[in-house]
Design a protein around this ligand. Structure first.
Ligand code: AMP
Length: 643
C-alpha cells in the first residue's frame, strides 16, 4: 500500500524517516499544506495551533525543495524561543536522517556562539534560529543568505508579541527578494496581517479550524475560588486527578517558585521553570518533565513557550495571563498530536469577565466546574490506588522467593484485613488532609454573594432553564458526557436543550430548557439504573439546593463510610484515568454545538506600537531565557495588560 505521505509527494527517504517516528497518516495541516508548499512557488500563510503537526507541514516540503548537494543556506526558519528552535531543528534532523549531505543548524541565544559559527562554516542548508542570535551572526558577517529560497516565520504572533519585529525586518533584508515566505501563526492579530502583507506576494492562505479557535481536543473549565483558597483549590484539582501530568502557569517567577516549593513540601512531584534558572537548570527540569519523572511543571509563560511534551493531561492557569492571547499558547501545551486535554482556570469571581473574553476569542464555551469535596477526592484516590494494585504487573520469578515470608507476616490477618492495610498505606495521607476540608466552592459562593454567574441563583437554573436534581452521579461511573446521553435518551430531548450539568458524587444537577422540562419528567417516570429507580426532582423541591442539600448529601455518604452500598463493585470505578473520565468529550461536543464559533479577530487586545526595544529588556537574543530578565515576568506586567 502506498504511504499517504508518498501520495502527498514526499520522497521515500523522508517517508521512511517519518514512519520511524510513528507518523502513519498526515495530520490535517500536513495534508493541506504539503501539496501547496511542495510547488515551491507560493508565499504561504498557515493559521494553525501548536501541536497540530506544523513542523512537518513545512519541514517535509522544505526537504524536497532544497538542493542538498549545495552546502549553502537555502532555508531559514525563524521562531520565538530557544526551546522551539531546538525542537524544530531536531525534528528536521530526524526527518532528513536518510537524506545524504543534509545539514541543519540551530542558532539561538544563551548557548556558545562559537560552536554555532563553526557549524555554519562547515556548510548548512537549513538554519533554524531565534531572531536575536541570528542578527548577531549576520552582524559578524558569518553567514551568507544570498542563496536562501525559503523563509519560514514560525509562531509569527509570538515573535511579534515578544518584540522581534525590527529584528525580523533586519534579517529578512539580508535574504533575496525572490525568496518564498511561509508564515505560521496560532492567531492572526492585525500585526501579523501587516507582516503578511509587507513580506508576501498574494500568499496562499490556509486556516486549520476556525480563526483564533483553540484546539478542538481541549476542553476549557474554570473554578471560582477566593484568592486565599487558590492553592488549596490547585491541590484539590491535582488530588482529584491521580494520573495528572500537568503544566501549571503562574504570572511571575516568584509565584512559580512559591507554588512549586509549597507543592514539593506537601509531597507532590513538582518543580519550577522560569527565567531566573540557568540554562542548565532549565534543561534539567525539562528533562525530568519530559521523562515523566515529574508530575507538575510550574512555569511562567515565557519559559514554557514552545514546549512540546506529549500527553500533558491538564494545563492549569493558576493565574490568568496578562495578555489574553497567551491563553491559547498555554492551553496548547495539552491536547497535542490528536490527544485530548483539559485547560483549567482558577479564578476569583471578579475575573469572570475575562473568561467571557476568552470564550469569544477561542470561540468555545468554558465549563464552570465545581471543586470536588474532600470526600470526593479521598474516594477518587482510594479507587485509583485500588485500580493500580489490581493492575500492577507482578514479577512472579522475583517475588516468589519472598512469598513464604510475606505469607508468614500476614498469617494472623484475613484477606480483607490485608487489603485494608495496603489501601490505607497511601490513602491515610489524603484522609487526614481532607477530613476537615472546607467546601471551597461554597467559599467562592460567598465571594460572589447571592448571585452566581450570569444572574443565576443558587438552586435555580440559568435564564430560560429549569434546574433538575437526579439521583445518579460520578459514583455510578457517569461522566458528563454519559449523563448528557442519559438525559437525552430518556427525556427524549436533543442535546442542545440541556444546559449545565453538575456531576456530583451520588447525585447531580442538570439544566434543561424550560419548555422541555415536563417532557423530561415524563420520560424519566419509570427509568431504572442498575436496578435502582431513577429519581428526578426540580432542584429546590427536595431541599437539595446547591448550598444545603449538596453538603447534606456529602454528610450522608460520609457517615456511610467507604464501604457504602452505592458503590457496590467499586473496583470498577474509573480511578487512574486522569482527568479524562469526568469530563467527557460528549460534554464538550454539546457545548460547542450550541455556540457559533465566534471568529473574534483578537487583534484588538494587542498593542505592539510604541514599545521601544529598550522597554523590552534590551537584546532579545537569549531566546526565552534572556527575555525573562526583562519586565514581563518581574511582576510588573501591568504595562502590557490587555484584558
Ligand atoms: P508540532 O505541531 O509540529 O509541534 O507537532 C506536534 C506533535 O505531533 C509532535 O510531537 C510531532 O512529533 C507529532 N506529529 C506531527 N505530525 C504527526 C503525524 N503525521 N502523525 C503523528 N504524530 C505527528
Amino acid at each position: 500500500m502506498t504511504n499517504p505521505f508518498q501520495l502527498l509527494g514526499i520522497s521515500d527517504d523522508v517517508v521512511n524517516a517519518v514512519k520511524e517516528l510513528g507518523f502513519e497518516t498526515p495530520t490535517p495541516i500536513q495534508e493541506q499544506s504539503i501539496p501547496v508548499l511542495l510547488e515551491g512557488t507560493n508565499d504561504f500563510v498557515g493559521l494553525a495551533q501548536t501541536g497540530t503537526g506544523k513542523t512537518a507541514a513545512f519541514g517535509l516540503p522544505l526537504l524536497e525543495l532544497i538542493d542538498f548537494k549545495v552546502n549553502k543556506p537555502q532555508a531559514l526558519i525563524l521562531c520565538p524561543t530557544r526551546e522551539l528552535c531546538l525542537q524544530i531543528a531536531n525534528d528536521l534532523k530526524n526527518f532528513s536522517k536518510n537524506v545524504a549531505n543534509a545539514h541543519v543548524v540551530a542558532v539561538y541565544g544563551g548557548a556558545n556562539i562559537m560552536q554555532q559559527l563553526r557549524e555554519i562554516r562547515q556548510g548548512v542548508q537549513i538554519v533554524v534560529a531565534t531572531p536575536g542570535r541570528m542578527l548577531d551572526i549576520i552582524g559578524r558577517k558569518a553567514i551568507d543568505f544570498s542563496n536562501v529560497k525559503y523563509v519560514v516565520l514560525d509562531e509569527a504572533d509570538e515573535m511579534l508579541n515578544m518584540g522581534f519585529q525590527d529584528d525580523i525586518n533586519d534579517i529578512l533584508s539580508t535574504t533575496p527578494d525572490d525568496k518564498k515566505t511561509w508564515l505560521f501563526s496560532a492567531t492572526m492579530p492585525a500585526e501579523v496581517r501587516r507582516i503578511a502583507k509587507k513580506y508576501m506576494n498574494e500568499p496562499v492562505e490556509l486556516t486549520m479550524g476556525t480563526k483564533n479557535t483553540g484546539n478542538v481536543n481541549i476542553e476549557h473549565e474554570y473554578y471560582i475560588v477566593r484568592a486565599r483558597d487558590k492553592y488549596a483549590a490547585l491541590k484539590r484539582i491535582v488530588d482529584f486527578n491521580p494520573e495528572i501530568f500537568a503544566v501549571v502557569f503562574c504570572k511571575t517567577k516568584l509565584d512559580t517558585q512559591d507554588v512549586a516549593e509549597h507543592l514539593i513540601k506537601d509531597g507532590y512531584n513538582a518543580d519550577a521553570l522560569h527565567g531566573d534558572l540557568s540554562q542548565q537548570q532549565r534543561d534539567k527540569v525539562m528533562q525530568r518533565f519530559r521523562e515523566r519523572n515529574m508530575q507538575l511543571l510550574i512555569a511562567t509563560d515565557v519559559a514554557a513557550r514552545g514546549i512540546d511534551v506529549n500527553n500533558v493531561t491538564h494545563v492549569i492557569n493558576y493565574s490568568l495571563p496578562d495578555e489574553i492571547e497567551s491563553y491559547t499558547h498555554r492551553s496548547g501545551r495539552t491536547g497535542r498530536a490528536g490527544k485530548t486535554g483539559i485547560s483549567i482556570c482558577i479564578i476569583n469571581s471578579k475575573e469572570l469577565g475575562k473568561i467571557r473574553q476568552l470564550e469569544r476569542i477561542i470561540g468555545k464555551q468554558f465549563t464552570k466546574a465545581e471543586l470536588p469535596t474532600g470526600f470526593d477526592v479521598c474516594e477518587k484516590q482510594l479507587f485509583s490506588l485500588v485500580h493500580k494494585v489490581h493492575n500492577v504487573e507482578v514479577n512472579e520469578e522475583q517475588i516468589d522467593q519472598y512469598i513464604p515470608r510475606i505469607m508468614d507476616e500476614f498469617k494472623d490477618l484475613s484477606k480483607e484485613d490485608v487489603i485494608k492495610r495496603f489501601a490505607s498505606l497511601e490513602f491515610n495521607r489524603f484522609l487526614e488532609y481532607y477530613s476537615k476540608a472546607p467546601d471551597l466552592n461554597a467559599a467562592a459562593g460567598d465571594d460572589r454573594g447571592e448571585r452566581g454567574e450570569r444572574g443565576e441563583r443558587r438552586g435555580r437554573g440559568s435564564e430560560g432553564y429549569t434546574r433538575l436534581f437526579i439521583n445518579l452521579g460520578s459514583v455510578d461511573e457517569f461522566t458528563r458526557g454519559d449523563m448528557l446521553s442519559f438525559i437525552c435518551n430518556n427525556g427524549k430531548i436533543a442535546g442542545k436543550s440541556v444546559g449545565k450539568i453538575d456531576l456530583k458524587g451520588v447525585f447531580s444537577f442538570f439544566e434543561v430548557e424550560d419548555d422541555v422540562a415536563d417532557k423530561v419528567f415524563e420520560g424519566f417516570k419509570s427509568v431504572e439504573f442498575n436496578g435502582r429507580q431513577v429519581r428526578i426532582e426540580k432542584s429546590g423541591d427536595s431541599g437539595r439546593g446547591e448550598g444545603a442539600g449538596e453538603r447534606r448529601g456529602g454528610g450522608e455518604r460520609r457517615s456511610g463510610g467507604f464501604g457504602g452500598e452505592r458503590r457496590g463493585g467499586g473496583g470498577g470505578y474509573r480511578g487512574g484515568s486522569g482527568g479524562g473520565d469526568r469530563r467527557s468529550s460528549g460534554g464538550s461536543g454539546r457545548r460547542e454545538g450550541g455556540r457559533s464559533e465566534g471568529g473574534n479577530a483578537g487583534g484588538g487586545f494587542r498593542d505592539f506600537s510604541g514599545r521601544s526595544r529598550d522597554e523590552k529588556g534590551g537584546s532579545r537574543e537569549g531566546g526565552s531565557g534572556r527575555r525573562e530578565g526583562g519586565s514581563r515576568e518581574g511582576g510588573s506586567g501591568e504595562r502590557r495588560k490587555k484584558w
